[in-house]
Design a protein around this ligand. Structure first.
Ligand code: CU
Length: 147
């Protein structure tokens, strides 16, 4: 095959891998419960991964002072008193990455008390593997062309 044509095809394949919508996978919504420890000034865990449609329960446990957890985009929040557990349940019906943060002023570093809620399938991993593979093909082809 003409090497230029091959490179063009690889370029097109790259675009497809990067931007084509993935087929919607039939994942049945689940109920998920996360226990998140809140302390000055971090959440643990600080990143949650759920699928679209899941019913998510967050049990916020405060280990020092009063902390809150507010999820951007969903506009919901919960507050936990010291040593107490507070619970928040919602349906993850919006896809994407949402930041959650403390909405109770808990100290000097309070604005940095943040975490992330990922709703949906983690596409980026697969897409980057696909792109890396194509990049290797492209390199091999252009090297052959020069040889
Ligand atoms: Cu805070």
């Amino acid at each position: 095959m003409n090497p230029r044509l091959s490179l063009l095809l690889i370029g097109l394949a790259g675009l497809a891998v990067a931007f084509a919508p993935l087929p919607v996978q039939p994942i049945a919504p689940q109920e998920r419960t996360f226990e998140i420890d809140a302390r000055q000034y971090a959440y643990s865990p600080s990143e949650l991964q759920v699928n679209h449609g899941d019913t998510v329960t967050i049990q916020l446990v405060s280990t020092d002072v009063v902390h809150g957890l507010y999820i951007d985009g969903y506009d919901i929040s919960v507050e936990a008193d010291p040593g107490q557990t507070a619970s928040l349940t919602f349906i993850a019906n919006k896809s994407g990455s949402f930041r959650f943060r403390c909405n109770v002023t808990c100290g000097a570093m309070h604005p940095f008390m943040i975490g992330k809620l990922n709703v949906g399938i983690d596409n980026w991993l697969y897409r980057s593997i696909g792109l890396a593979t194509l990049a290797i093909f492209g390199t091999v082809i252009s090297m052959r062309q020069k040889a």
